[in-house]
Ligand binder design. Structure first.
Ligand code: PHE
Ligand code: NA
Length: 492
């Protein structure tokens, strides 16, 4: 059977941008830029983009395009001892898919709450207490009863991903992204257009952009920039590679990679302006300093911004708009994570797409319901920490080592250049083999050291060792076992 294909170049780019632009652009990037030198952060950030983001994106697009399969089969085609890495990446994607969807479910609920600001005056107590049911004695290993009100939003979030992965590349994924991405962009522009005219908003944006050049010499800032680039572009764990495996024969790989990266980073800037505009307004309205209101992650999206929305004019419009934007950014990323798993399984096991999508999304719904129990957010937090800080970066590093050092990198360069408008040269090879590898080594060893020296989030030894390290070890062992048992296939 002929492999599915994207319907158009725009469709592919929108899907790739949809994957890259996610919750991280909205709740991670702005804070990170603010914390790490404001306007001056753009220097390490642009540097990271040019030396790691774009080269890695080109590599993933090339591998997917050249071997026309998901990560396990592609890596096996390179060398049958590499296949485990593909499965490890697929497992990372699956693990992320199981909890990322929960945040989308929260966003769906909050989009609904936002019509009436149902979170009330104390958005913190509402979110953790009433909404998630976290109790004083909640812990990652001690989950309470299912929060039934979250089941419907969770099913809705899975339904969107199920539709996309079931219908396939052109009729599902491309179609959804062609609607969601332009809408997301317009919604963010509308939000910015209103927010910047609020008193204090420009102060907030100034806080974000004001450069602190002294930070440039701080190694932590550089490692933050690189860490953010790998995360924000969703490279290194099977996702972009899977999307690229559906590219038509004639595809401008280098150009597509540049556009995807630039659009993702452009969107991050817009999100930064939106968030800091809102925070600046909030600080002024409450007579506080920005440092008292600035936050990131779950706290920013579900505690700080609901309070800011209470203070906005027309909160019943701005609120739903913001949470729908969060939802759309999340759904398009979640689809790509699920597709990485779907493609990997389909290509390796020879299952049909409908069967694969149905099995994966059903299993996913069951597993993810763990996270909508009382205290489930703590489990989510712990798993996310280990996946993001250790597994993901480890997978990026090993991919670069295997592909960059043990394969003929020049073959991939030639493949990328063959159809591309502009060619990549020595800088690409240097960035893949040395710059990215070196930086990843530094960041990863640092993260591992930190994870060993202190229990993340104050969770117990038992929890960190089982739910953190234990899960990672299990994934690794499983991946190796699959690799060892993989039958020698006849190359077609
Ligand atoms: N790149 C996405 C973001 O910035 C995050 C993401 C993580 C996407 C995992 C896919 C998979 O939010
Ligand atoms: Na991103």
């Amino acid at each position: 059977m002929k492999r599915e294909q994207w319907g158009s170049r725009t469709g592919f780019i929108l899907a790739a941008v949809g994957s890259a632009v996610g919750l991280g652009n909205i709740w991670r990037f702005p804070y990170m830029a603010y914390e790490n030198g404001g306007g001056a952060f753009f220097i390490p950030y642009l540097f990271a983009m040019l030396t790691a983001g774009i080269p890695f994106m080109i590599l993933e697009f090339t591998l997917g395009h050249k071997y026309r399969s998901g990560a396990p089969k592609t890596l096996r085609a390179l060398n049958n001892k590499f296949e485990w890495l593909g499965w490890f990446q697929v497992m990372i994607s699956a693990m992320i898919a199981f909890y990322y969807v929960v945040v989308i479910a929260w966003a769906i609920s909050y989009a609904y709450f936002a019509f009436t600001q149902a979170w009330g005056e104390d958005s913190n107590a509402f979110f953790f207490g009433e909404f998630l049911g976290v109790a004083d004695d909640s812990a990652p290993s001690k989950l309470g009863s299912l929060q039934w009100h979250l089941l419907l939003p969770l099913c809705l979030a899975w339904a969107a991903t199920y539709f996309a992965t079931y219908r396939g590349v052109k009729g599902g994924i491309e179609r959804i992204n062609k609607i969601l991405m332009p809408l997301l962009f317009v919604m963010v522009l509308l939000l910015i257009g209103r927010i910047i005219f609020l008193p204090g908003a420009l102060n907030g944006i100034n806080w974000l952009l004001e450069p602190d050049f002294s930070k440039i010499w701080d190694l932590k800032v550089w490692s933050a920039a690189y860490g953010q680039i790998f995360f924000t572009l969703s490279v290194g764990f099977a996702i972009m590679l899977s999307y690229a495996s559906y590219l038509p024969e004639k595809s401008d790989i280098n150009n597509n990679a540049f556009m995807t990266v630039l659009m993702n980073c452009g969107f991050s800037m817009l999100a930064g302006i939106m968030i800091f505009g809102a925070l600046g307004y909030m600080a002024q309205a409450q007579g506080k300093d920005l440092t008292d209101v600035v936050s990131s992650g779950v706290g920013l999206a579900f505690v700080t911004l609901p309070t800011a929305i209470n203070l906005l004019p027309a909160p019943g419009i701005m609120g739903p708009l913001f949470f729908c934007a969060l939802m759309f950014a999340g759904i398009s990323s979640h689809i790509s994570i699920a597709e990485a798993v779907t493609t990997g399984l389909m290509d390796k096991l020879g299952w049909s797409r409908p069967k694969t999508a149905t099995v994966f999304c059903s299993v996913g719904l069951v597993v993810s319901s763990l996270y909508i129990t009382q205290g489930g957010i703590l489990l989510l937090d712990l798993v996310d920490y280990f996946i993001n800080n250790i597994a993901l970066l480890g997978s990026c590093l090993v991919e670069l080592l295997l592909v960059g050092w043990l394969c003929r990198l020049s073959d991939f360069k030639a493949h990328a250049n063959r159809l591309s408008e502009f060619s990549i040269g020595l800088w690409w090879t240097v960035c893949i083999k040395f710059v990215s590898v070196g930086i990843l080594l530094i960041i990863l060893s640092n993260n591992i050291k930190t994870a060993f020296s202190e229990n993340y989030g104050g969770y117990s030894n038992f929890e960190v060792n089982t739910l953190g390290w234990g899960v990672l070890a299990l994934m690794l062992v499983l991946a190796v076992v699959i690799n060892l048992n993989s039958k020698q296939e006849v190359r077609s």
